[in-house]
Design a binder for this molecule. Structure first.
Ligand code: SAM
Length: 308
């Protein structure tokens, strides 16, 4: 908890101010993210699911007695698409570890999956994939999944660090399926993060309620405006919360921070990938690309890596 407070205080007292996107995902945030994934404007989930729903027969991986570790598993709706393509016999030999920072997401997904699929075992792991990958049980033949372009929340340095850590945790015979959102027309990208029902706005502003709970702050979400735009120099969607007026925030009834009207708190980056990015990422991680699956418009790609 001390680390969490330190991280949050650093972000809120630095310039420009920021909060890590992992704090979006309390129970309400996880439920709002689930709603976002079915919005008509939010193409990434729809497109990735379309690719996943017939990937098994093409994937050069034998699921027999395998272990699947899904990092940032969320509502686990994507693993269900993979399980749907496996026989009962194969499912009966499978071990599945959903891994997420959100306890409620893990709890709900385990309940749902256990009713629908008879696996050898399903064990949820509530941990931070940035710092606690070593806590994932070592088993033979693990397939890691990192879907939803969650890797797009990292900048280049964080991404390289994450993939290097993952590479070091992987054993020979382990594989990774990585979902990546691709660079495309700005209008399509910006619409996905500015939906007409305002769900993404509510998701973004919910992080302030999370802050109020952890740091005893007095954030009033309506004092802030949701802002999401494509930064074409850095190939990323940026999400911010912009102060509508001058605001004083008290942390733990002791520390005061002030925001000027128009000042923003940066809450999320969602990097979009080019072929060159994928090439660099692969080289830096030492992972080896085995297969690439993309939709017809090349809006989203799922890369299948093996450990060299
Ligand atoms: C963008 S969502 C993707 C969810 C799901 N994989 C999908 O594709 O729909 C990111 C997920 O990662 C989880 N998450 C974010 N930061 C995390 C961290 N540092 N450690 C573990 N899980 C994290 C969130 O709780 C959330 O479920």
């Amino acid at each position: 908890m001390r680390d969490v407070r330190h991280e949050l205080l650093t972000g809120l007292t630095t310039k420009p101010k920021y909060i890590s996107p992992k704090y979006f995902y309390d129970e309400k945030g996880s439920a709002l993210f689930e709603q976002i994934t079915s919005l008509p404007e939010y193409y990434p989930t729809r497109t990735e699911k379309q690719i996943l729903s017939n990937v098994v027969s093409q994937l050069d991986f034998d699921f027999t007695n395998a272990t699947i570790v899904e990092l940032g598993s969320g509502d686990a709706s994507k693993i269900s698409l993979i399980f749907n393509q496996l026989t009962d016999e194969t499912l009966a030999g499978l071990t599945y570890f959903p891994v997420d920072i959100s306890y409620s997401a893990i709890q709900q997904s385990i309940t749902g999956l256990s009713c629908n699929f008879k696996l050898k075992s399903i064990t949820g792991l509530v941990l931070d994939f940035n710092t606690q990958l070593h806590l994932i049980p070592k088993k033979p033949k693990r397939l890691f999944l990192f879907l939803g372009s969650t890797i797009g929340n990292f900048d280049e340095t964080e991404r390289d660090r994450f993939l290097k850590n993952l590479y070091n945790e992987m054993q020979p015979g382990d594989y990774l399926l990585l979902g990546l959102d691709r660079v495309k027309e700005t209008a399509v990208l910006e619409k996905a993060y500015n939906d007409s029902k305002g769900v993404t706005e509510r998701f973004n502003k919910n992080i302030m309620q999370v802050m109020n709970g952890i740091l005893d702050t007095n954030f009033i979400p309506d004092d802030f405006a949701h802002k999401a735009f494509f930064n074409s120099e850095l190939n990323r969607i940026e999400m911010h919360l912009v102060a509508r007026k001058n605001i004083q925030i008290t942390i733990d009834k002791g520390i005061n921070i002030s925001l000027k009207q128009g000042e923003s708190i940066h809450t999320e980056n969602s990097y979009k990938f080019t072929d060159k990015d994928i090439e660099n990422m692969t080289q830096n991680s030492q992972l080896k690309i085995k297969q690439v699956f993309s939709d017809d418009k090349n809006w989203f790609s799922i890369i299948f890596f093996e450990k060299n």
